[in-house]
Design a protein around this ligand. Sequence first.
Ligand SMILES: [Zn+2]
Length: 208
Amino acid sequence: MDIMALNIYGLSEIMGPGVAMECTEGREGMHVFEDHFLVETINPDTGEVLPPGAMGELVFTTLTKEAFPLIRYRTRDISHIITAPCRCGRTHQRMDRVTGRSDDMLIIRGVNVFPSQIEAVLVGIQGLEPHYQLIVDRVGTLDTLEVQVEVSDAFFSNADEVRVLQKIKKRINKDLKDFLGITAKIKLVEPKSLQRFEGKASRVIDKR
Ligand SMILES: [Zn+2]
C-alpha cells in the first residue's frame, strides 16, 4: 500500500507514544526527543549508570513536563543508546528497539532469555496463536521451562490433529534450540484457553 511504517516509543507514565521515534531517512533506532527527556541506561541489578551504547535498562527524566514530572523513572525496558550519528543529520540520540523487560529476563540453565525472544520464535511458526505462557521451575538443581502456546482453530480441528500437533511441537523445539539455545517442554493448548492480558503482559510464572 506504499505506507512507510515507523517505530515510536512511549510510556503511559510519561506521555504515551512520542518519547522517541524513528526518522524517515535513517530508520535505524528511534531519536529520543532530548529537548523534553533525558535518557540514561543503567544496570538493572545495581542501578549503576552505564556508558553510552551499553545494553541496559532505560531511565528517563522529564525536562519540561508540568504537574507530573518524573525524575530518573525506571522503565524496566532493556535497550541501548546508538552512539553513531544518524544519516538524517539530527543530533538527538537514538535508542534501539526494546529487546525485553528487566523484570522479565529469565536465566534458564545459565542462558539469558527474554519472553519476547520466545514470542518471536512462536510467531514464526504456522498454526500457532500469539498467546503463550512460560512456566519456569527447578527440578533438583536444573531449571526447567515449559512453553504453553495456543494452536489456531484451523489446526486444532484438523482431521490429522495428533500428527499435525506433533509436527508443530517438534518445530518449536528445534527453533528454540537453534535460535535461543534453550530446551523446553512444549504444551500445545486449545484456542482461547490461556489468560488474556491488557497492556504489558505478564506471561511468565516463575516457581523457583
Ligand atoms: Zn535520524
